[in-house]
Design a protein around this ligand. Structure first.
Ligand SMILES: [Zn+2]
Ligand SMILES: [Zn+2]
Length: 255
């Protein structure tokens, strides 16, 4: 399995960080999780074979996680020759169909009939979805917006958990326990803490609960980058911590 953090930024413009989006490639599955502004550009910047993405999973509907979805759909139709013919599976929480219909309402109904089949699957919390080629996707409700979920991607004895946007959650720590990589949002410094995002210390507590091999942090609002993130996380969690950047990759050899 390979994780590539394509976009490690937020709603705030940030030099060097576009909005949220992360790619997990596992066997024949190429799963893009979230697709905020700049993700399609990053796919090109990084030389990622964006034409081969098989699945798109959304964690929630904030603009910094979804606004490049129409851009990517049009890219598959008008940005490659020949145009895409492979089906695409879009996965997300309840409300994903409504979001896509709203996009189609703005950009035209053709958005969802671009010559390749699009299937949309709205997940009930706790659903366990086979993506093909022995890859499983599971979700957990997290405290951010009503619909927000975290995702777990599993194959070959390996497991990557992505928190999406979340506030502190003991349940998330238990659910992520023992994963290989925990990609966690780290939005705000302690001085700006709110219930719906994580601070470095809260990321450290999450890491201490879940004990991943690697705790990778993402979704940095500029003020959090002014504090000693590694120091504050490290006070709670003694394991490996990585500050993800746009284009950071991690390969996990399957067991
Ligand atoms: Zn966000
Ligand atoms: Zn959000």
């Amino acid at each position: 399995m390979r994780l590539t953090t394509l976009g490690t930024g937020t709603a705030a413009p940030s030099r060097g960080r576009v909005q949220s989006g992360h790619l997990v490639s596992a066997g024949a599955v190429h799963l893009l999780m979230d697709c905020g502004s700049g993700i399609t550009t990053r796919l090109a910047d990084l030389g990622v074979a964006w034409q081969t993405i098989t699945h798109l999973a959304l964690t929630h509907f904030h603009a910094d996680h979804v606004v490049d979805v129409p851009t990517l759909l049009y890219a598959w139709r008008y940005g490659q020759l020949p145009p895409r013919s492979e089906p695409l599976q879009i996965i997300g929480p309840q409300g994903t169909l409504r979001l896509l219909s709203a996009f189609a309402g703005v950009f035209g109904d053709g958005l969802l009939s671009l010559g390749f089949a699009i299937s949309v699957q709205e997940l009930l919390p706790g659903a366990d979805v086979p993506l093909g080629d022995d890859v499983r996707l599971r979700s957990l409700k997290v405290p951010h917006t009503d619909e927000s979920v975290a995702y777990s991607v599993e194959r070959g004895g390996r497991r990557i958990v992505y928190t999406g946007d979340t506030g502190p959650s003991d349940e998330l720590g238990r659910w992520a326990a023992g994963c290989d990589v925990l990609l966690a949002e780290c939005s705000l410094p302690e001085s700006m803490a709110i219930a719906t995002h994580l601070t470095p210390a809260q990321c450290g507590a999450l890491g201490a609960a879940a004990r991943p091999d690697v705790l990778a942090l993402t979704h940095f609002y500029p003020p959090v980058e002014a504090v000693d993130i590694l120091g504050e996380v490290g006070a709670q969690f003694g394991g490996t911590v990585a500050l993800a950047t746009d284009g950071w990759t991690l390969d996990l050899e399957e067991r």
